[in-house]
Design a protein around this ligand. Sequence first.
Ligand SMILES: Cc1ncc(COP(=O)(O)O)c(C=O)c1O
Length: 403
Amino acid sequence: MTYRVATVRSAFPALAEGAAHFDGPGGSQVPAPVAEAVARVMVSAVSNRGQVTAAERRADVIVAQARQAIADLLGADQGGVVFGRSMTQLTYDLSRTLAKQWRAGDEIVVTRLDHDANIRPWVQAAAAVGVTVRWADFDRNTGELPVSAIAGLLGPRTRLVAFTAASNLLGTRPDVAEISAAVHAVGALTYVDGVHLTPHAFVDVRAMGADFYACSPYKFLGPHLGAVVAAPELLAGLRPDKLLPSSDAVPERFELGTLPYESLAGVTAAVDFLAGLVDGAGTRRDRLERSLGELAEYEGGLAKRLFAGLSAISGVVIHGSPVSRTPTALFTVDGVPPRSVYEQLALAGVNAPAGHFYAVECARWMGLGDAGAVRAGIAPYTDEADVDRLLTAVAALAAGNRT
Ligand SMILES: Cc1ncc(COP(=O)(O)O)c(C=O)c1O
């Protein structure tokens, strides 16, 4: 393995503040090249997109580069990359647009494993047009969502299945390709929430069979915005509400108002940073495959250390099965409310928040209620010392609670 965590860490100015960051699933820290790319745009001549002035052309190039970066990251067509303020906003927009094609009596499927951003927009859009919502339950002991949980709900009236590629609460990873095959067999579309998976895996949306795949660059070292990718031909058949004079081209048709050019430059820089996590040659997609493969191996090793350490602490309960998941641990400490664990860890310089993290159906289905549990997520800049600091702090508060 050629992953060099010390080199990676040195690129993150925020780490100098001293905290051990397990809050990556909420939002990752940003490496200097990303911040510099954002700043460069803000001090360069940039105007709105156009072809006449250099300032207009620069904005145009920034957008094209960011689309290509996301396309390379996800194995998508750059002509089908839609940017928006957040995954939530894009999903609301697309749910309303897709619902225009639904008829009363049609059906959609959502899952209890998902973040609410991939549930509520669909439930509300369905209610507006008289479409039935079917709920797929997951195994509350393991956190796994088997293909059968969705396949059993599909039928001739199913129009869309919205499901996650990885739970942001438990880290468990449904088999996206298998689920998509079952969904496509009944002629329905898949809307895959890739927000939590994308920072941890080499994604290939075509191999996954994702008709729509959503992600949020601020979870993978980039700025705060969202992106959804789909085949341009699929997008061409959709008619979102839009302003009369704004472009009707795909994907611009779906992008309401002016894009955040500085943030888009940061997206490109974040993808380039990920592609360069380890040395390598080839296209950016080739380098991403290698880098993200090495990263997954590195993060997997740290996750093993984290799970082993947490399991060894008396009074700690780990939720969900520790296999086939992103490097994300969800745990509680007997007799200590999750919020107190979170606060006490913060005092020890360990950022590992507690809650349901908007996966509120998931937390309730697990029996955790709205207090949820403590989530510790590993990121590209996490090292063994961070993990040990977390384990020491959790052990101390678990022991303190017993005395
Ligand atoms: C799995 C998952 N889906 C969706 C979202 C919402 O993303 P955004 O903040 O871009 O709306 C999040 C944010 O935490 C998430 O973790």
